[in-house]
Ligand binder design. Structure first.
Ligand code: AMP
Ligand code: ZN
Length: 137
């Protein structure tokens, strides 16, 4: 298998043929901001080599551990290594994978939608308690 696929968007980003907000690069991987972030910090870490999914990684390949290493470096640079972040991979269609070039999502910070939903849940719980309290009186 060739190392890059000319039809693959992430190969083209890794080769600087398509623009992206690159935040990290080394010999093996590239980290860039997700075009449709679902968290205040949302970075994708991709190998330079075209590997379609996690199922195509072999036991003797250290690429996934290197992606995790890069995620930790990026998290440190962005100041969220200690406060915390998510590192996740979607595998195949059933796992939510849309782009078939191996990638990890690094996400940190609260999404506004999540905050609004939490606020709504807390408000409804408090409201329920208040109504119960008033009924007792
Ligand atoms: P997944 O569902 O794990 O395959 O995620 C693919 C991710 O790639 C999505 O979060 C997209 O927003 C992101 N994405 C797709 N095209 C680009 C692009 N050209 N630049 C940056 N992120 C992209
Ligand atoms: Zn690719």
């Amino acid at each position: 298998m060739s190392d890059t696929n000319p039809d693959c968007i992430f190969c083209r980003i890794a080769n600087h043929e398509v623009p992206a907000e690159v935040v990290y690069e080394d010999d093996l991987v590239v980290g860039f901001k997700d075009a449709h972030p679902v968290a205040p910090i949302h970075v994708l870490i991709v190998p330079r080599k075209h590997i379609p999914t996690l199922n195509d990684v072999y036991a003797d390949d250290n690429i996934v551990s290197h992606m995790a290493f890069a995620a930790r470096k990026i998290a440190e640079d962005l100041g969220v290594a200690d406060t915390g972040y998510r590192f996740s991979m979607n595998v195949n269609r059933g796992g939510g994978q849309i782009v078939f070039h191996l990638h990890a999502h690094l996400m940190a910070g609260k999404n506004l939608v999540t905050l609004v939903i939490r606020l709504a849940v807390i408000t409804s719980i408090m409201w329920g308690k208040l109504v119960k309290l008033l009924r007792k009186k």
